[in-house]
Each structure stands twice: as structure tokens, then as C-alpha cells.
Design a protein around this ligand. Structure first.
Ligand code: XLS
Ligand code: NI
Ligand code: NI
Length: 435
């Protein structure tokens, strides 16, 4: 045991009226909602990078957190893992996620970095075996080190492409070894700053080839998890190739990967793309590529990916409503891609932030489940489209009609559409009855 979380005990479900600061008020892992335990519905994961690797810096100042595990030795990496699994034991969530760079020190070359990673994978694997949470997904950090400043797969230098490909392979090996349920690719630097130095046709093709090799390797090693792309429109690069779900779907189709790769959709990234989270989820579900979510929220005024913990139950409820409608998570889950504010220095802040986030999600999930079970919203939606089920309408979609024959029909039947209410406020009122 380390001393970091000294006096903090494992959190329990105490119900909505509890006076304790550190407990679950809405998240009861064993409660059955929509036929499954809450733990199996929500599938919470904790992100290693924000909680254990990030030092609290911002563009104007450096480290604010003083953590005894910050440093570049293997011993400190193991101490970090010890503390991480102590937080996991306090929270009791079923999963975690990591990048290679979160868990191992960077070596002096590829071989040394890989050796460090393998040693840490064994160390972490031991903790999973002793009853720690499982790996929801692994991923490679192909954006922090300066070698990736002009991209990883999309770099003008083929050596960086090669280094990235080799790094992805070692991370897929690590993820498989730890029993990971997914492998994520977020293209932090897969974009560009200025067209004056960028051949975007080439870069997109490079990214497509990289992803094809990832999928080939997945099949070669028999990795049973899902390959996930995490869309984001900008930040760090100005223009990113994986802007949003619809853009990534076009990319997947282009490279023949639409049945191989799904989406890891993040709340804050959806907002940066000018969408709502539920839009991105519904779009992915409609395309059959909804995989997993990164749960967080952005500050709505700052325009940055601020990665705050979620605390808006109505918003989160609409997101889970789309997930429930799509059939719920299979390999995916709810990963807290969320970090403390840089002034939240204390160990207890880390525990409270996650517990609060889990409660927000649980409360929102229960509201979404009730909306779904009552069926009022779906009934209203079905009613709105009901005329499309009529044979004359179906003929326009199934090839039995052309523009000319539709013109004849419109003339003969004297089609003269009467607008109908979209009932938005009434539907919003229905939603509010569950919150
Ligand atoms: C950054 C991304 C990142 C991915 C994993 O904005 O959200 O944290 O989830 O590389
Ligand atoms: Ni993310
Ligand atoms: Ni993000």
C-alpha cells in the first residue's frame, strides 16, 4: 500500500439521501436497470493519463500537482501503477484505459521504450489478476513526443510513419496481452496547420493505409476486441482528418474498413465539432459503428477541450438514451476522459471527481432507461413518420417510382401537403418528466 489515499475507504452505495461526501448516491453497481446490472450497463473506465500522468500544466504555467510518482524511472512508473490501482479499488469501477506513455517511461530508442512497456504490462497484468479492474482499451500516444509534431501516420517523413506503425503494433500486443476489450486510435496530430506545407491527399491516403494494417494485424494475432477511432475536429492540429463521426465514416468507406472499425465518441469532441453528443451517438448508431464513449464535458465558453468531469444530468441522459436505443454497450463502455481542474490538488479531489461523475452517469442512465421503457418519445417519433409505412410512400423508396411517375401521382392524387407540428416543446416537456 502507498500512503496517497491514506484515510479514504472503498466507496459504497448509500442512496440519494446520504450525508457522506464520499459515497455513491445513484450508482449502485448491482441494481438491475433494463435487465442488467448497472455495472454491466455503464461499464465505467478510468483514464490513466488524466488522473496519474497529467501534471496540471496549462499554456501559462507548469506542474501544479506534486505527486511522488512523477519522474522517468521504472520504479516511479510502478509506484504510479500502485497508486492507480488503489484509486480503482476505492472506486470499484470495472475498467481502466491507458496510453503507452502513461504507464512507462520513454526510452532512448524504440527498443528501450518497448522493453519498458512490456515490463509495465507484466506489472499491471499482475494487478488485474489480483482482482483489479480490466482493460477497456489500450492506445498509443502518437502525439506528445516531438517526433510526432507533424503527424504520425500522416507525417511527411516516412520514418515517422514507420515508428508509428511499430509503436501501434507493440501497443496492440500489450492490449491483447492484458485482455483489452478495444483498441483506440485517436489521431491527435493527424491533421495540419497550413495548406502551404501540406499535401492533404497524400496524408489521408497514408492514414488509410495505416488503418488497413492495424485491421490486418488485429486479425493476424486474433485480437477479439474492437478497433475504435476517436473523432475530433481540431486541437491540437487546426484541421483534423477525423473531424466527426460522419467524416470518419466516409474515410472508412473509402478504405474498405466500415465493417471493421467503430467509433469511440467523446462528449467534448462532439461539442468542438459543432454537434451535440447525442447527435454523434445517433449518427454512429445509424451507421452501425457506435463502439464506446469518452465521457466528459467542455467549458461551453472557452472553446477548448477542457475535459471536465460530467455534471449535467439532462445532457448525459439524452446521450445514454441514444446508447440504450442502439442496444447498449457490447465491448464499449463509459471512459472518464476527464481531468481535475489544476487547482484541485488533493487526493480526495480525485476520488470525489470520479464518484460524482459516476453518479451523474448513473442518474442520467436511469432517467434514459425510464424514457425508453415508457416509449412516449419513440411513439411520437414513429407517429411522425407513420405515413412512410404506407404502400404509396414505400414505392418512392424501393425503386417502383421515378421522378416522372411521382409527378403523375402528385397530379392524379392532387397531393397538397399540409404542414404538421414538430411538437418540440411538448417533447422537451416529456423529457423533463424523467429528470
Ligand atoms: C484527446 C483525446 C485522448 C484520447 C486518447 O482529446 O480525447 O485523450 O481519448 O488518446
Ligand atoms: Ni478521448
Ligand atoms: Ni479529448
Amino acid at each position: 500500500m502507498t500512503t496517497f489515499f491514506e484515510d479514504i475507504n472503498k466507496l459504497k452505495y448509500e442512496g440519494p439521501d446520504s450525508d457522506s461526501e464520499l459515497c455513491y448516491r445513484h450508482y449502485d453497481a448491482d441494481e438491475i436497470v433494463l435487465g442488467k446490472r448497472m455495472e454491466d450497463q455503464l461499464r465505467f473506465a478510468i483514464a490513466y493519463w488524466h488522473s496519474f500522468a497529467w501534471e496540471g500544466g496549462d499554456p501559462f504555467g507548469g506542474r501544479t500537482f506534486d505527486r511522488s510518482w512523477f519522474g522517468t524511472t521504472m520504479d516511479l512508473a510502478k509506484l504510479k501503477a500502485d497508486v492507480a490501482f488503489e484509486l480503482f479499488a476505492i472506486l470499484g469501477q470495472p475498467f481502466f484505459c491507458f496510453h503507452d506513455a502513461d504507464v512507462r517511461p520513454e526510452g532512448s530508442n524504440f527498443a528501450e521504450s518497448t522493453k519498458n512497456l512490456e515490463e509495465m504490462v507484466d506489472y499491471i497484468g499482475g494487478k488485474i489478476e489480483q482482482g483489479g479492474p480490466k482493460l477497456l482499451w489500450g492506445t498509443a500516444n502518437l502525439f506528445s513526443h516531438r517526433r510526432f509534431m507533424s503527424g504520425a501516420a500522416t507525417n511527411p517523413d516516412p520514418d515517422v510513419f514507420a515508428y508509428s506503425a511499430a509503436t501501434i503494433k507493440t501497443n496492440m500486443d500489450a492490449t491483447k496481452k492484458l485482455g483489452g476489450q478495444n483498441y483506440v486510435l485517436w489521431g491527435g496530430r493527424e491533421g495540419y496547420e497550413t495548406l502551404l506545407n501540406t499535401d492533404l491527399k497524400r496524408e489521408r491516403a497514408q492514414a488509410g493505409r495505416m488503418l488497413q494494417m492495424v485491421v490486418d494485424y488485429k486479425h493476424k494475432i486474433g485480437f477479439e476486441g474492437t478497433i475504435l477511432i476517436e473523432p475530433k475536429p481540431q486541437e491540437p492540429t487546426k484541421h483534423q482528418y477525423d473531424y466527426d463521426v460522419a467524416t470518419v465514416y466516409g474515410f472508412l468507406k473509402d478504405f474498405g474498413l466500415e465493417n471493421e472499425v467503430k467509433m469511440n465518441i467523446e462528449q467534448g469532441h462532439a461539442i468542438l465539432a459543432g454537434h451535440s453528443f447525442e447527435h454523434e451517438l445517433a449518427m454512429a448508431a445509424s451507421l452501425g459503428i457506435l463502439g464506446s464513449i469518452d465521457m466528459n464535458r467542455n467549458d461551453y465558453q472557452s472553446g477548448w477541450d477542457t475535459d471536465q468531469f460530467p455534471n449535467n444530468v439532462p445532457e448525459v441522459a439524452l446521450a445514454y438514451y441514444e446508447i440504450i436505443k442502439s442496444g447498449g454497450f457490447t465491448n464499449g463502455g463509459t471512459n472518464f476522459d476527464a481531468k481535475l481542474r489544476r487547482q484541485s490538488l488533493d487526493p480526495v479531489d480525485l476520488v470525489a471527481a470520479h464518484a460524482g461523475g459516476m453518479d451523474v452517469c448513473a442518474k442520467a442512465f436511469k432517467a434514459a432507461a425510464a424514457m425508453y421503457e415508457d416509449g412516449k418519445l419513440e411513439q411520437a417519433r414513429d407517429d411522425r413518420y407513420a405515413d412512410w409505412d404506407k404502400p404509396e410512400a414505400q414505392k418512392m423508396l424501393n425503386g417502383d417510382h421515378s421522378l416522372e411517375s411521382i409527378e403523375d401521382y402528385v397530379r392524379q392524387a392532387d397531393v397538397n401537403p399540409e404542414p404538421r407540428s414538430g411538437r418540440q416543446e411538448r417533447l422537451e416537456n416529456v423529457v423533463n418528466t424523467y429528470l
